[in-house]
Design a protein around this ligand. Structure first.
Ligand code: NAD
Length: 471
C-alpha cells in the first residue's frame, strides 16, 4: 500500500484497473472507457446580496458519450474540485451501464456552501451556471441531462429547466434537459425517494441470499437487522425510512454535528423535524447524543454511509464493526479502507450500482418528458374496469364475495408512483443478481465492487465494439 492518499478519481481508476484484469478487452479500449471525454472548468461572476462581485468556480464533466445523453447530478459544496467531479462522472458511466440506463456518465459541481448563501444568491448562481452550460452546448435533452446531488434538490432543478426554456424557446422536449424537477415542472412521482429506496431494494436482495448471509453469520431478510445511517439528507433520510418501515431497527443516525444512538430504534422523521426546527440534532430526546464519527464504529449489522466520499479510511476502517456496508453515498470508502474491510470479511455493496435508484428514476422522468404524458394516464382506468369485470365474474362463479380490502387491491390500476417504484424494484433486483452471478462465476474475483466493475466494463466495452470503433 502506498502512503500517498489516492485522489477520488485515482481510486475509481484503481478499482477499474483491478476489475479490468478479469476481462479480455483490448488495452486501448479499456483506456478509452476510463478517460473523461469532455471537461468544462468554468469561472463566472455573480453579484451577491451585499453588492460584492464573486467569481464562482464550477464544473461539468462528461465522462463518456458512448450513449447519449450524458447524465449526472450537480453538487453544491465547498469541497468541489475537478478531480472529484471527474470521479463522480466516471461512476455515473459505470452505474448507468450496470442498471441498463442508456446514458453516458456526467457530473457537475459548483464550489459553494449552499448553507451560507441566501436563496436569491443560490438562484442567481444556478441560473448563471445553466446559461454557461447552454452557451457551450453542455446541456439539453439529447446532450447532457443534470439532476440533483449533494446540496441540490427540486428547487435548483426548477431554476435550471426554467433558465433552459427561456434560452431555447419553442424546444418541444425542453423539460427533458434536467431531471429531479418538481412534479409541476415535469418531474416524476417517486424521484425524491428513488436513491434511498433503490439502496433499500439492493440491500434487501443481498440479505435474501442464504450463502452470503451464512458467511457473515447473519439470518436472511432485513427484518430485525440493526442499521446505522450516516447523513440525514435526501438519501440517508429515505434509507432510514424504508429500512424502518420494513422491520429493521435504525440504531444510529449521524450528521456532521453529532449522532443519535438508540438500541430500540430511531424514527428518522422525528429526528429530521427536530433538526429542521433547531438547526442541529443536539437536544433530541429520542436517543443518546454521541460524536458523529463514533457512530460509524458502533456494533451493527448494516452500515449505510449516505453523506460524502472518503468518510471511512485506513484510520477508522479497522474499528468498523458492521458486517455489511451499503454504499449509499458515492465513494464513502477509500481504497485502503476497502482492502482493510475485505480482509475483515465485511461485505461491501458498492456505490456505483447500489445508489443507482436516482438515475434509474431520472431515466423514467426523462422518458415521461419526451413522451409528454404521465405514466398510467392511458391504462389505469382500463385496467381497473377490466379487473372489476374479472372479479365480478369470479364472485358469480364461486358464489363468494371478496373482502373490501381484497377488492381494492385487486381492482387497483397502476398510478405513476406504482409504476416508478415497480420499475425501480425490478432494476435493482436484476442488477444485484447480475453482479452476484459474475462474482460467483469466478472464485478469484475478490469482492462485490470488482464484480460490479466487471459488469460495467463488459457492457460499455460491448457498446463501443458494436459502434464499430474498436475491434
Ligand atoms: P444531501 O445534501 O441531501 O444530504 C447529505 C447529508 O449529509 C446532509 O444532511 C449533510 O449535513 C450530511 N453530512 C455531511 N457531512 C457529513 C458527515 N461528515 N457526517 C454525517 N453527515 C454528514 O445529499 P444527498 O442527495 O442525500 O447525497 C448524499 C450522497 O449520496 C452523496 O454522496 C451523493 O453523491 C450520493 N447520491 C445522491 C443521489 C441523489 O439522488 N440525491 C443519487 C446517487 C448518489
Amino acid at each position: 500500500m502506498s502512503n500517498k492518499p489516492y485522489s477520488f478519481f485515482e481510486s475509481v481508476e484503481q478499482s477499474f484497473d483491478k476489475a479490468a484484469q478479469y476481462t479480455k478487452w483490448d488495452k486501448g479500449l479499456l483506456a478509452q472507457i476510463k478517460a473523461c471525454n469532455s471537461i468544462y472548468n468554468m469561472r463566472f461572476p455573480v453579484k451577491m446580496d451585499d453588492g460584492t462581485i464573486e467569481v464562482i468556480e464550477a464544473y461539468r464533466v462528461q465522462h463518456s458519450q458512448h450513449r447519449t445523453p450524458c447524465k449526472g447530478g450537480i453538487r453544491f459544496s465547498d469541497e468541489v474540485n475537478q478531480d472529484e467531479v471527474m470521479a463522480l462522472a466516471s461512476l455515473m458511466t459505470y452505474k448507468c451501464a450496470i442498471v441498463n440506463v442508456p446514458f453516458g456518465g456526467a457530473k457537475g459541481g459548483i464550489k459553494i456552501n449552499p448553507r451560507k448563501r441566501s436563496t436569491y444568491e443560490l438562484e442567481k448562481i444556478t441560473r448563471r451556471y445553466t446559461a454557461e452550460l447552454v452557451k457551450k452546448n453542455f446541456i439539453g435533452p439529447g446532450i447532457d441531462v443534470p439532476a440533483p446531488d449533494y446540496g441540490t434538490g427540486e428547487r435548483e432543478m426548477a431554476w435550471i429547466v426554467d433558465t433552459y426554456q427561456s434560452l431555447k424557446p419553442g424546444e418541444i422536449d425542453a423539460l427533458g434537459c434536467v431531471t429531479g424537477k418538481p412534479i409541476s415542472q415535469g418531474g416524476v412521482n417517486g424521484r425524491k425517494e428513488a436513491t434511498g429506496l433503490g439502496v433499500f431494494f439492493g440491500v434487501r436482495e443481498v440479505c435474501k441470499m442464504p450463502e452470503l448471509m451464512d458467511k457473515l453469520g447473519l439470518s436472511t431478510g432485513v427484518e430485525g437487522k440493526r442499521i446505522i445511517v450516516q447523513g440525514l439528507g435526501n438519501v440517508g433520510y429515505h434509507c432510514a425510512k424504508f429500512f424502518r418501515e420494513n422491520g429493521a431497527i435504525v440504531i444510529a443516525i449521524a450528521e456532521f454535528e453529532g449522532a443519535v444512538y438508540n438500541e430500540t430504534g430511531i424514527n428518522e422523521e422525528e429526528l429530521f423535524q427536530y433538526r429542521k426546527a433547531n438547526g442541529s440534532l443536539h437536544g433530541f430526546e429520542g436517543g443518546e447524543i454521541i460524536a458523529s464519527g463514533a457512530a460509524l464504529e458502533l456494533d451493527c449489522d448494516i452500515l449505510i454511509p449516505a453523506a460524502l466520499e472518503n468518510v471511512i479510511d485506513k484510520h477508522n476502517a479497522p474499528n468498523i464493526k458492521a458486517k455489511i456496508i451499503g454504499e449509499a453515498a458515492n465513494g464513502p470508502l477509500t481504497p485502503e479502507a476497502d482492502e482493510i474491510l475485505i480482509a475483515k470479511g465485511v461485505l461491501v455493496i458498492p456505490d456505483m450500482y447500489l445508489n443507482a435508484g436516482g438515475v434509474t428514476v431520472s431515466y423514467f422522468e426523462w422518458l415521461k418528458n419526451l413522451s409528454h404524458v404521465r405514466y398510467g394516464r392511458l391504462e389505469k382506468r382500463f385496467t381497473e374496469n377490466m379487473n372489476h369485470h374479472i372479479l365480478t365474474e369470479m364472485e358469480q362463479l364461486t358464489g363468494k364475495q371478496a373482502t373490501p380490502k381484497a377488492k381494492k387491491l385487486i381492482e387497483h390500476g397502476a398510478d405513476e408512483i406504482d409504476l416508478v417504484h415497480s420499475g425501480l424494484e425490478e432494476t435493482m433486483i436484476s442488477a444485484t443478481n447480475e453482479i452476484i452471478d459474475i462474482w460467483k462465476s469466478d472464485a478469484s474475483i475478490p469482492d462485490m465492487r470488482t464484480a460490479a466493475y466487471i459488469c460495467a466494463i463488459n457492457k460499455v466495452a460491448k457498446s463501443y465494439t458494436e459502434l464499430g470503433i474498436f475491434p
